[in-house]
Design a protein around this ligand. Structure first.
Ligand code: COA
Length: 180
């Protein structure tokens, strides 16, 4: 599995992973009209915008035959008044490829890019009901904020996991086993 920075030509593959994994993750958690809000054309636009932005980026996981099966988008923290400088905007790995260390490698690659940009603290928002939060806990993330999210009349809670020092996220042994 290759972990690499995304190019504009990856936008469609990224969007497909985004929509497929969004549906498999939130089916039964979010109402159907909410699930339907995330579409391939919209996500293609999003991916292009992030890839083109000088202070943001996307890293992808690509199989040997060139299929994108996971990605993570990252950049400056978006609320603006929180003490974390960097934010993982989104991370998705297709269901069939989960629990193989790909998510860990994507976080590591995003972390490395952010560090190159001079950003050494990181946070990520997760829906309160998201069953995958143990992933962030496994990387040593601590809950640092909660907030209410309201989209089109649907209210839910979000939690933020944070890392004050991204240099400390991965232990030396994990680094050797999983990193770029
Ligand atoms: C969350 C996600 C990105 C993790 O990627 P991944 O490639 O599956 O993660 P890894 O294989 O690197 O997992 C690392 C560790 O995290 C923990 N973990 C990951 N998924 C977990 C799960 N579903 N339940 C419990 N622990 C989990 C485990 O400790 C795991 O180590 P182990 O497999 O040796 O036990 C991926 O599962 C995903 O895309 N989920 C659906 C979308 C989503 O929820 N994204 C986050 C939105 S906030």
């Amino acid at each position: 599995m290759l972990i690499r920075e995304a190019k504009l030509s990856d936008a469609a593959g990224i969007a497909r992973v985004n929509v497929d994994t969004w549906n498999s993750t939130y089916h039964g958690i979010l109402p159907p009209h909410q699930l339907a809000l995330v579409t391939v054309p919209d996500r293609v636009r999003y991916a292009r915008e992030v890839i083109s932005s000088p202070d943001k980026g996307i890293v992808v996981a690509e199989t040997e035959n060139g299929r994108i099966v996971g990605f993570s988008a990252f950049g400056p923290e978006r609320v603006g008044n929180l003490p974390f400088k960097g934010e993982l905007y989104v991370i998705y790995v297709l269901k069939a490829f989960q629990r193989k260390g790909i998510g860990t490698r994507l976080v590591a690659a995003a972390r490395n890019r952010l560090m190159e940009m001079g950003i050494h603290s990181l946070m990520v928002w997760a829906l309160h009901d998201n069953p995958y939060q143990r992933f962030y806990q496994s990387l040593g993330g601590a809950i640092v904020y909660t907030r209410t999210l309201e989209i089109e009349g649907f209210k839910t809670l979000e939690r933020a996991y944070g890392w004050w020092d991204t240099a400390a996220i991965f232990q030396e042994e994990m680094y050797r086993n999983h990193m770029l």
